[in-house]
Design a protein around this ligand. Structure first.
Ligand code: IMP
Length: 433
């Protein structure tokens, strides 16, 4: 009856999809608990690349079923597109394999328009949102003005609600922001059709998960974004609008804490971020270019959802310790070790400095990060290509030292190390720790 929770331990894009795909091989149900189509998970199976925004990457494990939980915000257009594109790639996406929470909130075209309008109207620097309407949809949810997926059970009634919502948003867009608004009739018409498509997938997902746990099944909760983008615990205001922590998994799925077996953090072997906000270990120049890649490969550091080049930097051990503390990490997965090894030498941030004082832990809120300078430990890199390595002991000594230094900083064992984008390119160390 266990629940394993997988969280992003950085600013998102840690390679969670890849590790979910791996762990889903042993899970019966894979469930997403927060965010919406702002997320983008890339998984390569037998040379075929799947880019998923809403449906958990567990869908690619044919024995597993998937849940989109209460804590999510759903764009029905994206969801239907994703169902269709998986189906055309031969992946079964039937109501038997995918359940959508009745309580998830629905993103409308007006929410997306408001996202852009609010970004442009900000007094401070833009947040660099993904433009998917995430913030306005969660704002409507908190204001008790939102549209829940349950309304799709009656497509005609849903169309009326969508029109009313679009008309209210149109007044705001036109009058307050002076911008054109999506046509309420168009939105109502297209969302009625989408409701007809999605209605069979709607379910009481908390009941479904409770039954699965009672039957001794294993649930894997798949996080989206990362802890540093969490609405409460991230680098506010440069965050997303949902709860990306392990705690968010419990409320976003409606499962009690006693079921939790493991909390698995996924961290890239270096640091990346898209959008604005503080980033103490950020790099520019040749090293940044080498880590980012040219964009010619799907695993290069360009956003899966927006295509924006990601900001890159050295791994930040202080923030990783913060992520570990907040989530109660029991295990860590480290991704893209093969990419890090391309550099001539490595740096790892092990503490911050401010006014001559050393801070091994974050002394305050992550929103204060701009005040701190990173302190680095330098180490040698490894000249060997590690993409073919499958055993921990076969990794170069320098790579093992780097990983073991991270383990020592966190006090958490590293159990999975990805060394390439393909399914088998991973070193598994279940026995460590
Ligand atoms: P929003 O979630 O679209 O409102 O964007 C808020 C911030 O979170 C922006 O800096 C986005 O770039 C970032 N963000 C949202 N989702 C992801 C993700 O899946 N990966 C990385 N960054 C994300």
């Amino acid at each position: 009856m266990p629940l394993d929770i997988l969280v992003g331990a950085q600013w998102g894009d840690e390679g969670k999809g890849r590790i979910t795909d791996l762990l889903a091989a042993q899970a019966d149900v894979v469930a997403r608990y927060s965010g919406g189509d702002n997320a983008g998970h890339s998984v390569t199976v037998d040379g075929r690349l799947f880019k998923l925004h809403l449906i958990p990457s567990g869908i690619l494990q044919t024995h597993a079923s998937c849940v989109l939980g209460h804590g999510m915000v759903l764009n029905p257009v994206t969801l239907v597109e994703e169902i269709d594109s998986l189906a055309s790639a031969g992946v079964e996406v039937s109501p038997r394999r995918l359940a959508v929470s009745l309580a998830a909130h629905v993103i409308t075209p007006a929410h997306r328009a408001l996202d852009g309008a609010e970004e442009r109207a900000r007094t401070g620097p833009a947040l660099g949102t993904t433009g998917r309407g995430i913030g306005p949809t969660y704002a409507d949810k908190a204001s008790r003005l939102g549209l829940r997926a349950e309304a799709m059970n009656d497509p005609d009634e849903f169309a009326i609600l969508v029109r009313a919502h679009a008309e209210r948003a149109a007044r705001l867009l036109e009058t307050f922001y002076g911008l054109p608004a999506p046509d309420p009739d168009d939105s109502a018409r297209s969302y009625r059709e989408l409701a007809l498509r999605l209605r069979p997938f709607l379910a009481d997902t908390t009941g479904l998960l409770a039954d699965a746990l009672a039957a001794g099944k294993t649930i894997l909760a798949e996080g989206a974004q990362g802890i540093l983008l969490d609405l409460d615990h991230g680098t506010y205001p440069y965050v997303t609008s949902s709860s990306a922590t392990a705690g968010g998994a419990l409320s976003g799925l409606g499962v009690g804490p006693r079921h939790v077996r493991r909390v698995i953090g996924v961290a890239k072997s270096f640091q990346t971020r898209v959008g604005a906000g503080p980033f103490p270990t950020e790099l520019s120049g040749h090293t940044a270019d080498a880590l980012r890649g040219s964009g010619s490969q799907p695993w290069d550091e360009f956003g899966t959802t927006t295509g924006r080049p990601r900001r890159v930097g050295w791994l930040d051990g202080v923030l990783l310790r913060y992520a570990s503390r907040l989530n109660g990490l029991t295990d860590l997965a480290v991704t893209k070790l093969d990419i890090l090894g391309q550099l001539p030498a490595l740096r790892l941030c092990t503490a911050y400095q401010r006014q001559g004082i050393r801070h091994p832990d974050l002394p305050g809120l992550p929103s204060m990060l701009e005040d701190f300078a990173p302190e680095y430990e330098e180490s040698a890199s490894w000249p060997q290509d590690v993409s073919g390595v499958r055993e921990y002991d076969a990794l170069p000594r320098e790579a093992r030292s780097y990983l073991e230094r991270i383990e020592a900083l966190l006090g958490v064992p590293i159990r999975w190390i990805s060394v390439g984008p393909e399914r088998p390119q991973v070193v598994v160390r279940e026995a460590v720790g």
